[in-house]
Design a protein around this ligand. Structure first.
Ligand SMILES: Nc1ncnc2c1ncn2[C@@H]1O[C@H](COP(=O)(O)OP(=O)(O)OP(=O)(O)O)[C@@H](O)[C@H]1O
Length: 374
C-alpha cells in the first residue's frame, strides 16, 4: 500500500513522513501518512525506532527523507528547517520544567513569562489550565509537584507554545501505574478537544486503545502496518490481534438508558451495545469501548434464556488458525455501509462444531459486564 492510499478522502493537513538512514548499527527506513487531526500512535517494542522517528520529525536528528505537515514542508531534498522553526510541542518521558519558575511561569515560558491579559492568548491559557486541571497548581514550584502533576504542566507548556503538531514520547512511562491512571483522563479530554494532530510514542497497548485514532506499527526500524486503529486491531494477520489480550476500540454514541439497572445503550456503527453506565452519561455523549477478542463468543442462532445482554448479528469476514487449538475470527458488525469490526478468539473445536465459514452470518455474544467503558 502506498502511504498516500492509507487515508480516506482528502486531508489537507495530513502528516507525510519518510526517513531512512543509519543510527549506529540500527537501520531506520520508514514512511507513513497520518491524519491532520487526532492522535496517531507510534507503537512497537523497545528499540524499534519510535523515538528516532519523533526526533527526526522535530529536526533533532537528521536522516534522509521528507517531512510535511499539510502544505508546510519541514524537510525534503532541498529544504531542512531547524528545530526552532518547526511549530511543534514536544513532551518527553520525564517533564523537564524550569526549576526557578512557578507552574505559571513554566506555562508562560513561550510568551516570555508575560501573562496574557486578553483575547486569544488569554483564552488559550485558561483553556489549557482548565483542561489539564492546573488551576490550583499555578503558584507552586516544580519541585513541590508529583510526577503526574509535573507531566500535566509539561503538556500544558507544550500546548501553549501554539504548536501545529504535538509530539509526545512515552509521556506516561516514567509514572507509576496509579499516576498513569490519574493522568489518562486528562489525555482523553485533550484528545477530544485538541484541533492539532498528535504523534504519540508508546509501547503500552492500553494507552493506544484509549487514546489513538490512527496507528503506525513499527518493527525493527520498518513500518509493519499503518492505518485507522480499529482496522489494524481487527486484522488477524497482525501480531497485536494475535496477542492474548487483543481487543478492538469502538467509538459509539449514547442512544438510550435503562435507568433501573444503571445501563446505557451505545450506537456503534449501526449496532446497539448494552453496557454499565457508572458515570451517568447524557444522550449523544461519545463513548469509546474496548471489546476484547476473548470476551466475544459466537453462536449460529439467537440463544434462548441467557444472561448475555449483547447478542449482535455479524458476518464472518475472515478466520485464521493462530495455533493448533485456537482460531481468530474477524467479524463485521451492524448494518449499513460502515461496518465496525470485532475480533473473536475461540477454540478450533468450537469453530468446527458450529460449522462456521468465512462470509457466513452468525451472532456475536458479549457480556455487558465485560464492556466497561475505557
Ligand atoms: N544517535 C544514535 N546513535 C546510535 N544509535 C542510535 C542513535 N539513536 C538511536 N539509536 C539506536 O536506534 C535504535 C532505535 O532507538 P529508538 O530510541 O528510536 O527506539 P524506541 O523504539 O524509541 O525504543 P524505546 O521504546 O526503548 O524508547 C536503538 O537500537 C538505538 O540504540
Amino acid at each position: 500500500m502506498k502511504p498516500e492510499d492509507e487515508l480516506s478522502g482528502e486531508d489537507a493537513g495530513a502528516i507525510d513522513i519518510a526517513f531512512s538512514g543509519r543510527l549506529g548499527t540500527f537501520d531506520l527506513d520508514i514512511a507513513f501518512r497520518a491524519p491532520g487531526k487526532g492522535v496517531t500512535a507510534l507503537f512497537g517494542p523497545s528499540g524499534c525506532g519510535k523515538t528516532s522517528v519523533l526526533r527526526s520529525v522535530a529536526g533533532l536528528q537528521r536522516l534522509a527523507g521528507h517531512c510535511r505537515l499539510g502544505a508546510s514542508i519541514w524537510q525534503d531534498e532541498t529544504r531542512y528547517l531547524p528545530t526552532h522553526r518547526r511549530p511543534i510541542g514536544y513532551v518527553f518521558q520525564e517533564a523537564s520544567l524550569f526549576p526557578h519558575l512557578s507552574v505559571r511561569g513554566n506555562l508562560l515560558f513561550a510568551s516570555k513569562g508575560k501573562a496574557p491579559r486578553e483575547g486569544e492568548a488569554l483564552r488559550r491559557f485558561e483553556e489549557a489550565v482548565e483542561l489539564l486541571g492546573l488551576t490550583a497548581l499555578l503558584s507552586r514550584a516544580p519541585d513541590t509537584l508529583s510526577g503526574g502533576e509535573r507531566q500535566r504542566v509539561a503538556i500544558g507548556r507544550a500546548l501553549l507554545s501554539d504548536p501545529r503538531l504535538l509530539l509526545m514520547d512515552e509521556p506516561l512511562s516514567a509514572l507509576d501505574k496509579e499516576t498513569r491512571e490519574d493522568i489518562l483522563p486528562y489525555l482523553e479530554r485533550l484528545h477530544e478537544t485538541l484541533a492539532i494532530p498528535v504523534l504519540y510514542v508508546t509501547h503500552d497497548m492500553a494507552e493506544v486503545e484509549r487514546l489513538a485514532d490512527h496507528l503506525v506499527l513499527l518493527e525493527k526500524g520498518r513500518v509493519r502496518a499503518s492505518g485507522p486503529l480499529s482496522a489494524l486491531q481487527a486484522d488477524p494477520d497482525l501480531p497485536i490481534a494475535r496477542s492474548r489480550d487483543a481487543a478492538v476500540s469502538l467509538a459509539g454514541i449514547v442512544c438510550g438508558f435503562d435507568a433501573d439497572y444503571g445501563l446505557m445503550e451505545l450506537d456503534v456503527a449501526g449496532a446497539c451495545f448494552i453496557l454499565p453506565d457508572p458515570k451517568g452519561h447524557d444522550l449523544a455523549d461519545p463513548v469509546r469501548i474496548r471489546v476484547a477478542a476473548g470476551d466475544v463468543s459466537l453462536c449460529r442462532e439467537v440463544p434462548g434464556a441467557t444472561s448475555i445482554l449483547n447478542i449482535l448479528p455479524v458476518t464472518i469476514v475472515m478466520a485464521r488458525a493462530i495455533n493448533e487449538r485456537e482460531m481468530l475470527v474477524q467479524l463485521a458488525l451492524g448494518h449499513g455501509d460502515e461496518k465496525a469490526r470485532l475480533l473473536s478468539r475461540l477454540t478450533r473445536k468450537s469453530w468446527d462444531n458450529l460449522d462456521l465459514t468465512e462470509g457466513g452470518p452468525c451472532y456475536a455474544q458479549i457480556k455487558s459486564a465485560a464492556l466497561a467503558r475505557q
